[in-house]
Design a protein around this ligand. Structure first.
Ligand code: 5GP
Length: 144
């Protein structure tokens, strides 16, 4: 996996970005190819390529800042009346920039943005089976 990411250059000030917030842990700026007007990215300063490499405390900070930015988007001229959070972890999930980032996507009626895919309705036994498998994996990892 290519360790280079454009976000490292933005964080270091070597590449331009339209910033809306920064502190010691994170930087938030406008996505250069917004899904909807006002689409933001919240990016940790630490160069974690994926969730497995990210300190969960900083992961929590991403959500905390995203939460505040969602309020700012609603109160700004973006004028959205809804917000989606999105995070792609891995190529299969659609990750293109290998520096963890949280998308904060403003929503307005009829904006055309949405998740593709159809929900399924598996039997409870299937849900219980996978829940047990995930609990086992959590326990093997030392719990939360
Ligand atoms: P991913 O698919 O990895 O979750 O999303 C990467 C996001 O980064 C995309 O939405 C893309 O538009 C955005 N992006 C890629 N390069 C740049 C850049 O140079 N500047 C900014 N502001 N956003 C970028």
């Amino acid at each position: 996996m290519d360790p280079y990411s454009i976000f490292a250059d933005i964080i270091a000030g070597r590449a331009p970005a339209s910033k809306v917030y920064e502190d010691d842990d994170v930087v938030a700026f406008m996505d250069i190819r917004p899904m909807t007007p006002g689409h933001l990215l919240v990016v940790p300063r630490v160069a974690a390529r994926c969730l497995a490499e990210l300190d969960p405390v900083i992961g929590g900070k991403l959500f905390q800042v995203g939460q505040r930015l969602a309020g700012a988007l609603r109160a700004s001229e973006v004028g959205c009346d809804g917000v989606n959070f999105f995070l792609a972890d891995g190529v299969t999930a659609g990750q293109e920039v290998f520096h963890v980032h949280l998308h904060v996507i403003p929503r307005t009626p009829g904006d055309g943005f949405g998740l593709r895919g159809r929900p399924t309705t598996p039997p409870r036994a299937d849900l219980d089976y996978l829940a047990g498998s995930i609990r086992g994996a959590l326990a093997r990892a030392g719990g939360l």
